[in-house]
Design a protein around this ligand. Structure first.
Ligand code: PNS
Length: 163
């Protein structure tokens, strides 16, 4: 089966250079890439959906085949609705594997057409996570190596704000 479209779902709280690396590589592999900015019910997000979508739009504004979206409900059902059969996830290390494997199998149980493709993270970003970015920024550290420059100030201003 030819796969022309794919979806890359995540919390992106906030987006990192590791996420951008996965987006750029996926956008080369597919005609169209939906980047779905979502709420992970097992995490409490620091940035609102609107803030995370706005940052994602800024970071992907020069990528013609990338569309930023969001939805409520299940990824497996949304994929059916938009006629996508491929979900992309990045894998950093073996510690990611159990959670990712469980999620991929659950999604496939709900929607048997939906395949999950894992892209190995660029080794430069193996250690990087949104949580680390938040921790460094909240403590006044320099996050410029970790997040796309176009959203650096948005992230710094938001995380150093005391509310
Ligand atoms: O970046 P994250 O937090 O690891 O992304 C997790 C996310 C948002 C992709 C996952 O929680 C998700 O797909 N949520 C949508 C609801 C859903 O389909 N849940 C069942 C997944 S098994």
């Amino acid at each position: 089966m030819k796969q022309k479209n794919a979806i890359y779902p995540g919390s992106f709280d906030p987006i990192t250079k590791g996420h951008m690396d996965i987006i750029k590589r996926s956008a080369k592999m597919f005609d169209k890439l939906y980047v779905a900015v979502l709420t992970n019910s097992s995490k409490s997000c620091c940035f609102t959906i609107e803030e995370r979508m706005e940052m994602m739009r800024k970071c992907t504004s020069d990528m013609q085949n990338v569309e930023v979206c969001t939805f409520s409900g299940l990824l497996a059902e949304y994929a059916k609705k938009i006629d996508v059969v491929t979900s992309i996830r990045g894998l950093r290390a073996v510690t990611d594997f159990e959670y990712e494997f469980q999620m991929a199998l659950t999604n496939k149980k709900i929607n048997k057409e939906l395949e999950t493709i894992f892209l190995t993270t660029n080794s430069k970003y193996m250690y990087l996570s949104s949580s680390i970015v938040k921790e460094i920024a909240r403590n006044g550290g320099d996050i410029s190596d970790f997040v796309p420059s176009v959203v650096l100030d948005d992230i710094k201003n938001r995380l150093q704000r005391k509310d």
